[in-house]
Design a protein around this ligand. Sequence first.
Ligand SMILES: Cc1cc2nc3c(=O)[nH]c(=O)nc-3n(C[C@H](O)[C@H](O)[C@H](O)COP(=O)(O)OP(=O)(O)OC[C@H]3O[C@@H](n4cnc5c(N)ncnc54)[C@H](O)[C@@H]3O)c2cc1C
Length: 388
Amino acid sequence: MLLARDGHEVVLLDRAHFPSDTISTHWIVRPGIELLEGWGLLDRVVATGCPPIDRVRVSFGTTVIDGMPSTRGGEPATTYAPRRTVLDEILLDAAIAAGVRVHTGIGIRDVLTEEDGRVTGVTGQDETGASVEFEADLVIGADGRNSTVARAVGAGFVADRGALAATLYGYWAGLPADGAEVRVGEGLGSSRWPTNDGLVVLALTVPRQALLGSRAGVAEVYRQVLASMPELASELAGAELSGRVHGAANLRNFYRQSHGPGWVLVGDAAHHKDPIGSRGISDAFADAEGVVRAYTSARSGRVPLERALERHRALRAAATAATFDFICRQAALTPVDEETMRLMRAVAADPAATGQLVSVFAGSARIEDFFAPANLDRILAGAAATSR
Ligand SMILES: Cc1cc2nc3c(=O)[nH]c(=O)nc-3n(C[C@H](O)[C@H](O)[C@H](O)COP(=O)(O)OP(=O)(O)OC[C@H]3O[C@@H](n4cnc5c(N)ncnc54)[C@H](O)[C@@H]3O)c2cc1C
């Protein structure tokens, strides 16, 4: 969509047909919401009736941090969690309106290359089994964490923390959700937020072994884990599961080599982290915008494409490093240590710190600013002064 709006000729190939319910719990945190707004698409998301999320509640055992996230300018940092069937349709319609030629039902199998290794297009198959071939001066692999384009060009991992956790989720009718709620438990996390059609998505982050090592199906593991959470029992008693339970355990945390002659990877294909941080969609949007900026500046002759893409890669690495690290620590599901609990109790007792931390979860404040030593000292000193 962005490339076409910039006047470039774009062909979009996807093996899926849309609307497609991609596996995702789809909370779009603040940077993603601001990009949607900038692209003129947020109104369309809101018009689907997807409820706004204005409040974030994070629980560490009995310590609850509950507040209204805000932007740097002090405005409410409203976010949304539209179903992927809804979001992807809006994005696809906007791409078509911008002039993108869309072909669905086409699975990419490989890339076309010249003798010097430069990528010049892709090959694939349509649903009749017929081979297809498309040439391009830039192949953009926006094909997710198990990217075929990455494999075809031999893009290796430049950082790899492995798969740390598994996620299970389902949609509930009649489950209360006043904003987003995240619970950090012993070796287990849960989160929920409202989405389209009056439903609430309730996700569980569990050790991978809980899913991979069980002979029970995804739905049964989900029910068993929920049954082990007495804090949810009374709310779930009045709620009903709608549709099937989804699960994913192959959630590797990595950065890949993300560009080379004639190709670039975008979104999860380039950089993937556990969904526990709800960053994937926002990061994929930001990545798309960065790649388009690089391509457009190269086409205007200001800078060679390789250099523009390398600059974008370096900016993305710098912008996402602290969050990647934070997410990997969360996804390891190690018990929360006493030092962190002391900090969380101090945050819960301090309205300014509460605002800051819930804004980190909503993506409107930076994790590295929250964990800056001077900020932590201020929060802990405030708590010490109050307890004297
Ligand atoms: C369980 C779970 C929960 C999540 N929850 C959240 C959340 O709450 N918030 C959030 O921001 N992120 C969340 N994410 C992450 C988020 O879904 C991804 O980061 C985001 O979808 C990445 O977008 P993308 O365009 O890079 O890849 P995708 O959305 O995966 O899109 C890839 C596209 O490529 C197509 N494709 C793949 N291979 C081929 C091929 N060979 N040929 C043709 N087409 C192909 C697919 O059909 C698909 O349409 C979650 C992920 C999981 C697994």
